[in-house]
Design a protein around this ligand. Structure first.
Ligand SMILES: Cc1cc2nc3c(=O)[nH]c(=O)nc-3n(C[C@H](O)[C@H](O)[C@H](O)COP(=O)(O)OP(=O)(O)OC[C@H]3O[C@@H](n4cnc5c(N)ncnc54)[C@H](O)[C@@H]3O)c2cc1C
Length: 471
């Protein structure tokens, strides 16, 4: 946007919504310029904090008339550039819309605003013995989880965010407020617009309310770790645990490098080498104590060199704290380096094959960084580190990402299991979906957002009619 337009923007916004908090302070602009990825920061022109669907509606009507880009902001923890305002404009921080609007305890549902952070929400819900299971490592907002279709350690049992949403309130690009879905767990009425918005990364509408499915917190937990001589053996054990019907609550694989980094940076004591982190839960202690020996046997059958399990919340808390710290621990381990995080996912039967191929590629391309995997979902992340001036290192990291996507697609998988398309995965969209499907996605975007004001430059390669800040 031109300088004169930018300086009058704050004034015009105040006129439209007199009580709206608006900032053009450098610190606020910088805080909303980049996510947790290594993509370049781009400053928005203003940051605003709406407090209601009515505020969001007035903002979008205003922005749509003037063709000003609008990017919703949750917690900024994305790792694919999803909320970076690459065309500048307005960043709409949803943090003030952070209430649990209604708890439908006897239906195991809650209606919430999008700015609530999921850890805060689960703390509140926990007082009623309930929780919302998708568990991304970072303290994401519910709006960001919905928009990215986040998953996490518990997806293997409870599904992704998409599987746990019943209804939405959404503000469209022209400011109209719409509702989708209902509170019935079975819904067969018309096209499923609820799930069209999930995973749309704020490119089709701004979510202002969501009704989520909740679950009772299980009474008994156990956590187990098993170390293996190599990742192939660990991945075969993963397949066997799933195939045996044991229904883990979480089943994660860390390779040797990731284990080395976690061991160096946390109090967790792990046997060196690839490790499986597992959790099982049950309403009865007896069921749980029957499960663990079977898991131990399966691990032994695939040559585990160490196996530890324990029943109770403390064991479990320590394990998942360490698991969730892996990303930051790796960044601390490679200080000042840039990185590319991969996120491919395949059907579980192809998982051991994907793990074998991933490790071969890591060796062949001499990648620095570890591999962590939501193994039970067939979802693998590698983080490839390279120095900012190391062009060959960057080329190798990009090559790794391209080759992993190619492999995953050939295995009937996807280029992104949970981080979303953002900036980095757009180049794979044609390969993954084909011309007809991608063409329909473009048509849907044009239908919902004809002036392309909503998070332009993301998901689809549709160039808007205004210039990019970061072409
Ligand atoms: C250490 C670490 C670990 C992670 N682990 C996982 C993991 O295990 N699984 C996983 O899935 N992800 C993981 N992530 C990625 C990230 O946490 C998720 O993608 C999360 O869903 C992003 O939420 P957010 O609130 O930070 O959203 P943001 O990054 O702020 O925004 C994400 C997208 O949502 C849009 N958006 C935000 N609010 C709304 C709204 N109300 N309406 C419409 N669009 C909106 C934004 O425009 C943007 O496109 C991890 C990230 C980190 C840093």
């Amino acid at each position: 946007m031109a300088e004169a337009t930018i300086s009058s923007l704050q004034h015009d916004l105040k006129r439209v919504i007199p009580n709206l908090e608006i900032s053009q302070r450098t610190a606020d602009l910088e805080q909303h310029a980049r996510d947790q990825s290594a993509y370049a920061a781009v400053l928005p022109d203003v940051v605003v904090w709406p407090e209601s669907a009515a505020d969001v509606s007035a903002l979008l009507r205003f922005a749509n008339e003037r063709r000003i880009p609008v990017v919703a902001w949750g917690a900024g923890t994305s790792i694919e550039g999803n909320p970076i305002p690459v065309f500048g404009g307005i960043v709409m921080d949803m943090g003030r819309m952070n209430r649990i609007v209604a708890l439908h305890e006897r239906d195991f549902q809650a209606t919430v605003q999008p700015g609530i952070f999921y850890k805060d929400m689960n703390r509140e819900l926990g007082r009623n013995g309930l929780f919302f299971p998708p568990d991304p490592g970072a303290n994401a907002s519910v709006g960001g989880m919905l928009a990215n279709n986040a998953s996490g350690t518990r997806t293997v049992k409870y599904g992704s965010t998409r599987d746990n949403v019943l209804a939405l309130e959404v503000v469209l690009a022209n400011g109209e407020v719409m509702r989708t879905g209902s509170r019935s767990v079975k819904q067969s009425s018309g096209y499923d617009l609820t799930h069209l918005f999930i995973g749309s990364e704020g490119t089709l509408g701004i979510i202002t309310e969501a009704t989520l499915k909740l679950y009772p917190i299980p009474t008994h937990f156990s956590a187990a770790t098993a170390a293996f001589p190599n990742v192939e053996a660990a991945s075969e054990a993963v397949f066997e645990i799933i195939a045996s019907g044991l229904e883990p609550t979480a089943l994660e694989l860390l390779d040797e490098t990731a284990v080395e980094i976690v061991t160096a940076q946390t109090d967790l004591i792990l046997h060196p080498g690839p490790n499986l982190f597992m959790e099982f839960s049950s309403a009865s202690l007896a069921a749980l104590t029957e499960t663990l020996p079977i898991v131990r046997e399966i691990c032994r059958g695939y040559g585990s060199v160490s196996y530890r399990d324990g029943v109770g919340r403390n064991e479990r808390a320590a394990l998942w704290e360490a698991r969730h710290s892996v990303f930051e621990a790796q960044i601390r381990h490679f200080p000042g380096q840039n990185y590319i995080v991969t996120d491919v996912s395949v059907p579980i039967s192809r998982y051991p094959e994907l793990i074998r191929a991933t490790h071969k590629l890591l060796d062949e391309l001499q990648i620095h960084g570890g591999m962590v995997s939501h193994a039970g979902d067939g979802n693998v992340h590698t983080t490839a580190f390279f120095a900012p001036d190391d062009e060959p290192g960057k080329a190798r990291a990009l090559d790794l990402s391209d080759r992993l996507v190619d492999l995953a697609l050939r295995m009937s998988g996807t280029s992104t299991g949970e981080h979303g398309v953002g900036l980095g995965k757009q180049k794979f969209m044609l390969h993954e979906h084909g011309e007809t499907t991608l063409g329909l996605m473009r048509d849907i975007k044009k239908l919902f957002d004809p002036n392309q004001i909503l998070n332009p430059g993301k998901v689809l390669d549709l160039p808007p009619s205004y210039p990019a800040r970061n072409p």
